[in-house]
Structures are given as structure tokens and as C-alpha cells.
Design a protein around this ligand. Structure first.
Ligand code: AMP
Length: 568
């Protein structure tokens, strides 16, 4: 399996993947991202939610967007307002180092005029629900007659929810030249028919197979020193502001101890174990079912009687020694068609237990880095801003108070006001996270297990090594190459990336900015490969033309994130 750094993605996207701790691509990403970067045909991907499919299309879409052209280039359609907001937020995280990319979400059940303003201001990517998108097209606010990509996410759900007519109407406004991508968890006849009517000879990707654990559950593990497990748990919880999950511990004592610590640190957590009376157990379970308690710390035995459908996370505080226990626990999330995340926090001595689980599960458990303070603050901030956007304003109740409030705040600009209200919510969080250290384990790993891991990768690579982290953090120095290939040979970004990949100079060569002109292109490439690249370019023909390449400008460093990192 590839490492994320080995996928040829523009540098700002590699940096975002590293910031999001995407170390290895998930299966759907490994299959979809390279294909999309190299092909402009239609694509059907069968993948469940929770398998990382947003990044599977999000990263290629962002790579292929022409920032200079402020017009809608990609339209992403999805069934619900929640998913729409989620995808839009995910795109914002992936493009955090591409400040000029503009995306917006349009969905029903929210005031239309603000969404219209966003569209009128100009965007590259629109994420929307079919009903509202079609409304906007009819009103002439959303123009999609020049899009290059149309993405139907959760196509089966969109049809289930009765969006068929809207979808047909929307499609009739798109150009024949676009690339259509269809993502679906299942392939019922209806979806197949839809694909047949709109797609040309689609390539098919199937992520996951029937022998694997439920496809809508993503399996991740984090590796820390044994003493840091609790801190890791807190960061995982902070990274998912809407977390609703069970933390599995080994003993009654440990269960109580972790729940007490979480409560003390301000989390809505409680313990469920065999030392509680029947009455106490029922009380805890009912508080958990009503979601007042968001994190239930439990032993396997005590959690048996609990049946809850919409858990977002299962967290294993240790790797269970019995693989079936793992499968049973993780099967508690991802129910009723929802996606779920199963996380295991391990220290170095638990690696062999994890391997046994992977073998039984029939799929890889993906290594993930413990989130740092900056990512957590960012995630919390997005969540807070979402809440503000969605809050129902009860004018009848507050109108009479507002004139005095407006008057009191009238001396502030809009920007100052936003800064202050974000700070009110955030100062405490930023304060806690500003000095935290990294939690990654640096202790020596146990000797390599004699069995090869399932995917035959070395243990060090699979289970996270410092070398791996260093690679992610490597600062690239780019050189700008000038090639005599421009619009004259119908060059575009995708074609240029594909061409560079085909040169086979190195796998996953770092690519920065690309600009295409009438007779030439300028492309930033990793300076380490300057002579190899020049040699490869200059001994190569493209569409019958002898390629002429030179280094166009002095070396320059990509801008790093200007914001201060909260991580030490
Ligand atoms: P999705 O299926 O796109 O909703 O993603 C499910 C979850 O997996 C999200 O929380 C993502 O942030 C996370 N995720 C996606 N890709 C990766 C990856 N390569 N490594 C770690 N986490 C990932």
C-alpha cells in the first residue's frame, strides 16, 4: 500500500494531508486518487461512507481546479444538508494551504439569499443538495454549463430520497464534455440505470469486498507510549466535537478511573462496569441513550446489554487480545447504514495483537497520527462556526433586546466582532493546546514479528516510524521548469501531471504550482530532481514534438502556513 506522500499531489495538498494526519491512503483513496489524476473518463466507485471517499474525490478535484478561472468547475451533489456541509468543510480542510480556492455549499432549509451571494461572488466548487441546486440553476444564479466535473455522492441515497427528477434536470444543464463521477454504497438497478443514461463507458472501482468487516466502518490505530494513552484519548475526543461513542477498557478499576478523569476534565462521560448496582447501570445507560453522556467508558461484559444504533466511534483503550472481541466491539458502530469509526490506541507491545486482529478482520487497520493542537482547534472552530450558521433565530424572543445590543457594539467593524466572538469561545481551548507536546511513541518497537503483515509492508512503515513523519515534514525546495508545451498541444494540468508521472523519474515527485500558457507551461517541481527531470524532458517527445525544458526561475520555497503552530 502507498504512503500518502507517494501519491503525486500538489504540495499544498500533501501538506494538508500531513496536517490531517493522513499517513496512508485508505483503500478507496488508493484506488481512486491516482486514477482520477491520470484519467478524464467517467468513474463509478462503490464505497460506503466512512471509508475516506470524500478525500478520494476531494484531493483530485482540488488538484485539477484552475484557480485563475473563477467560475464553477466542479459540482458535487449529495443527498442531505448535513453531508453537504460536511463535504464543504472537508474541502476547506484539504485546501487549507490553497487560500485562493473558493468553495460553497447550497442546501435547502437555510436562507437562500446568503447562498446566492456566495455564488454571485464567484466560486470554483459547489457542493449542494439536488433540490436547492436546481432552484439556483432555474433562477440563473448557478451556471454549470462549463463545469469539467460532476460528482454524484451517495447516488443510491439521492435516488431513495426522491431526487431523481432534480438530478435529470441538473444533468441537462451540464456540458457533454464533463467528467462524471458516481459514488455509491450499493448498486441497485435504479443507480445502474442512472449511470447508463449519463455516463460514458465508466471505469469501475470497488473498494472493500464481502469478506471484509463492514465497509462503512473505518479502522484506525494510534501508537503512543503507554503512559500517554489517556492524553491521546482526550485528543481523539476533541478532534470529533460530535463524538458519541464507547471507550472499551480492560478492568472495572480502569473503566472507573478513565471515566472519572474525563468527567473531571469536562467531558460528558460516565462508566459502565460490573461493580455498579442494577439501578446505577440503568441510569448510566439511559443517560447514554439520551446522548447526555457522549462517551461511555465500559468493559465488554457490561456493554453487552446496551443496544444503540448511531454510535460515531468505538475506541479501544488497548488492542483486545481476542480478535473476535474487536470485531464485536467495532460492529457496534456503522449500523443502520451510517458510517462509523473504530479506533485502537496501542503502545509498542500491542502491535502483535493488532496484527492478529487485522488478519481476522481481513483488512488493514490504518495508522493515524495523534492530532496536534492546531488541527484540534481548527476542527473545533469549524464545528462552532457551523453551529452559529445553523442556529434557529427566535426573533419574537430576542428582537426587543437587539437595538440596545446593536448600539453597544456599533463601534466595532464586522471583522472585529467576528474576532471577538470566536475568541470568547476559543481562548480556553487555545490556551490548553498552545503548549502541548506531540504524543507519538518514540520508544523502541518490539522486534519484528516473524509473520509478514497482510499487505507485506515492513512493520516500521505500517506501524508508523519517525522516518515516515520526517518525510511528511520535509520542506520541499522547488524549481520552476519551463516546458514548450502549452495550449498549442492542448496541455492541461491533469495531462501535465500524467506526463510527469510517465517520465518515471521518481515515484510521488512533489509538484507545486502549474501555469499553462499558449505556447509553454511553467511547473514547480522538487529541486532535488532537477538534473534527472531535465534529462528526461529533453530526451522525450510529446505528441510528436521534441520537448524542450529549462529551469525558468531561481529556486523558491513554498510558503509555509503563516499561522503559528500550537504544537511544540
Ligand atoms: P469519509 O468517508 O470521507 O467521511 O471519511 C471518514 C473519516 O476518515 C473522516 O473522519 C476522515 O477524516 C478520515 N480519513 C479519511 N482518509 C483518511 C486517511 N487516509 N487517514 C486517516 N484518516 C482518514
Amino acid at each position: 500500500m502507498l504512503k500518502f506522500t507517494e501519491i503525486t499531489l500538489p504540495e499544498p495538498l500533501q501538506r494538508a494531508a500531513a496536517a490531517l494526519n493522513y499517513v496512508s491512503p485508505t483503500e478507496v483513496q488508493e484506488l481512486t486518487i491516482p486514477w482520477l489524476l491520470e484519467n478524464d473518463g467517467d468513474l463509478i466507485t462503490l464505497a460506503q461512507t466512512g471509508t475516506g471517499k470524500t478525500a478520494a474525490f476531494g484531493f483530485p478535484v482540488l488538484s485539477l481546479t484552475d484557480i485563475e478561472k473563477l467560475a464553477v468547475q466542479t459540482l458535487i451533489l449529495c443527498p442531505t444538508r448535513e453531508l453537504c456541509i460536511q463535504i464543504n468543510n472537508d474541502l476547506a480542510s484539504y485546501s487549507q494551504f490553497m487560500p485562493r480556492i473558493k468553495t460553497t455549499a447550497v442546501y435547502g432549509g437555510a436562507p437562500i439569499f446568503k447562498q446566492k451571494d456566495a455564488l454571485k461572488a464567484g466560486v470554483h466548487i459547489v457542493v449542494g443538495t439536488p433540490g436547492r441546486v436546481y432552484d439556483m440553476i432555474r433562477q440563473g444564479v448557478l451556471k454549470i454549463d462549463h463545469i469539467s466535473m460532476l460528482i454524484l455522492d451517495e447516488a443510491d441515497e439521492m435516488l431513495n430520497m426522491g431526487f431523481k427528477e432534480d438530478l435529470f434536470n441538473i444533468m441537462s444543464h451540464t456540458p457533454a464534455t464533463k467528467q462524471t463521477l458516481l459514488f455509491s454504497a450499493t448498486m441497485p438497478q435504479e443507480v445502474d440505470k442512472l449511470a447508463k443514461s449519463f455516463m460514458k463507458n465508466p471505469h469501475r472501482i470497488i473498494a472493500g469486498n464481502e469478506h471484509q468487516g463492514a465497509d462503512n466502518i473505518s479502522h484506525f490505530f494510534y501508537r503512543v507510549q503507554a503512559r500517554d494513552k489517556y492524553l491521546a484519548l482526550k485528543r481523539i475526543a476533541d478532534m470529533s466535537p460530535k463524538i458519541y461513542g464507547i471507550v472499551f477498557c480492560r478492568t472495572r478499576n480502569e473503566t472507573q478511573e478513565i471515566a472519572d478523569k474525563l468527567q473531571h476534565d469536562g467531558y460528558n462521560a460516565d462508566a459502565l462496569h460490573g461493580d455498579l448496582s442494577q439501578g446505577q447501570r440503568e441510569l448510566v445507560m439511559s443517560r447514554f441513550r439520551s446522548k447526555f453522556v457522549r462517551l461511555l467508558v465500559a468493559t465488554d461484559v457490561a456493554a453487552r446489554g446496551l443496544d444503540v444504533d448511531d454510535l460515531t466511534h468505538i475506541i479501544n483503550y488497548h488492542a483486545p487480545t481476542d480478535p473476535d472481541a474487536y470485531i464485536h466491539r467495532s460492529g457496534r458502530t456503522g449500523r443502520a447504514g451510517k458510517s462509523g469509526i473504530s479506533i485502537t490506541i496501542i503502545h509498542s507491545k500491542e502491535i502483535s495483537a493488532l496484527k492478529a486482529i487485522e488478519k481476522r478482520l481481513g483488512r488493514d487497520i490504518v495508522y493515524s497520527k495523534i492530532p496536534g493542537g492546531r488541527e484540534i482547534c481548527e476542527r473545533q472552530l469549524f464545528n462552532f462556526i457551523d453551529t452559529v450558521e445553523r442556529v434557529e433565530v427566535d426573533n419574537a424572543q430576542i428582537d426587543s433586546f437587539l437595538p440596545a445590543v446593536y448600539k453597544k457594539l456599533s463601534w466595532m467593524t464586522r471583522e472585529e466582532l467576528i474576532q471577538r466572538f470566536v475568541s470568547v469561545e476559543f481562548n480556553r481551548f487555545l490556551e490548553y493546546y498552545k503548549d502541548i507536546r506531540e504524543l507519538e511513541s518514540t520508544e523502541a518497537r518490539s522486534p519484528r514479528d516473524s509473520r509478514e503483515p497482510r499487505s507485506k509492508r515492513g512493520s516500521e512503515e505500517r506501524y508508523g516510524s519517525d522516518k515516515n513523519n520526517d518525510e511528511i515534514k520535509k520542506q520541499f525546495t522547488f524549481k520552476t521548469f519551463r516546458l514548450n508545451l502549452g495550449y498549442n498541444v492542448e496541455m492541461n494540468k491533469r495531462e501535465l501531471m500524467r506526463y510527469i508521472n510517465k517520465l518515471n523519474v521518481s515515484r510521488g515527485i512533489e509538484i507545486g504550482q502549474i501555469n499553462i500558457y499558449d505556447n509553454y507551461s511553467l511547473i514547480d517541481l522538487d529541486a532535488d530532481y532537477e538534473s534527472k527531470l531535465l534529462k528526461a524532458f529533453n530526451s522525450n517527445k510529446y505528441k510528436g514534438i521534441q520537448v524542450e525544458a529549462s529551469v525558468a526561475a531561481p529556486a523558491k520555497k513554498p510558503k509555509r502556513n503563516e499561522q503559528k503552530s500550537y504544537r511544540k
